[in-house]
Design a binder for this molecule. Structure first.
Ligand SMILES: [Zn+2]
Ligand SMILES: [Zn+2]
Length: 239
């Protein structure tokens, strides 16, 4: 790609497109099976725990950008729209307590009646306030969750991200075992929702560590691969 055509991605869809451009060919060649691609995403997420355990915060940024890149590989492969998935799950409010600021789910466990109905209303009524950029999504999470997460150690926030990785794996495994269209639809929606949660906890962790995730991604992947520094990537993946 010629330098003059490169524009910094802004929306989640822009980032998704950028990663398709950099890695589509490599991923098709190296990861023909969807399950292997998902396994790789989970592997990269769990690697974060080593940095968290050793408190190597400087390594977080690059690894978070790397995890984001693998999460885009998965959504690109499965035909998931991550921007839609995020709005569906987080329509400007916490989907569990429905607060629009300073969620209290970590300490209190509010029981909200008719939650699905309320969430549908939020999606409709707040459509014009929908986060436009990746940074907007991170800021929404700051508003919703920083009050809660700022009192927790980064390893606790990172642990949530790893939990979500397990839930992605679970939804994918169950999807593979489903034997009716209804079950398949239900589990595919589960998988979409779990992918939104993975992104949500990435925002939470970036907020907790006080960096801009979109900036970090752009720093390591400016329309080119972090390793070979080519776009599209020409790496020979070493297994
Ligand atoms: Zn909440
Ligand atoms: Zn490369």
């Amino acid at each position: 790609m010629e330098a003059e055509f490169i524009e910094r991605p802004q929306s989640v869809s822009d980032f998704q497109r950028m990663f398709r451009y950099i890695y589509h060919a490599l991923n098709e060649a190296e990861y023909p099976k969807d399950g292997d691609l998902i396994a790789r995403l989970i592997e990269e997420i769990t690697r974060l725990m080593e940095f968290a355990r050793k408190d190597r915060r400087t390594l977080f940024k690059e690894q978070m950008a790397n995890i984001f890149s693998w999460s885009m590989a998965v959504v690109n492969r499965l035909g998931i729209d991550p921007q839609e998935a995020l709005w569906e799950k987080y329509p400007g409010v916490c989907p569990y307590c429905l607060r629009e600021k300073d969620c209290i789910c970590g300490t209190e466990h509010p029981i909200v009646e008719n939650k699905e109905l309320a969430l549908r209303r939020f999606r409709r009524e707040r459509a014009d306030r929908r986060p436009q950029t990746l940074k907007d999504h991170q800021e929404l999470h700051l508003r919703l969750y920083s009050w809660q997460h700022d009192r927790e150690l980064p390893i606790v926030v990172a642990a949530h991200l790893v939990e979500e990785a397990g839930e992605v794996s679970c939804a994918y495994r169950r999807l593979g075992m489903a034997n009716s269209d209804t079950a398949k639809n239900f589990l595919f929606n589960e998988l979409i929702s779990e992918m939104a949660d993975v992104m949500s906890w990435m925002f939470a962790l970036a907020n907790r560590l006080d960096f801009d995730l979109s900036e970090a991604i752009w720093e390591y992947y400016p329309y080119e691969c972090v390793k070979c520094q080519k776009g599209p990537c020409v790496c020979q993946e070493v297994i």
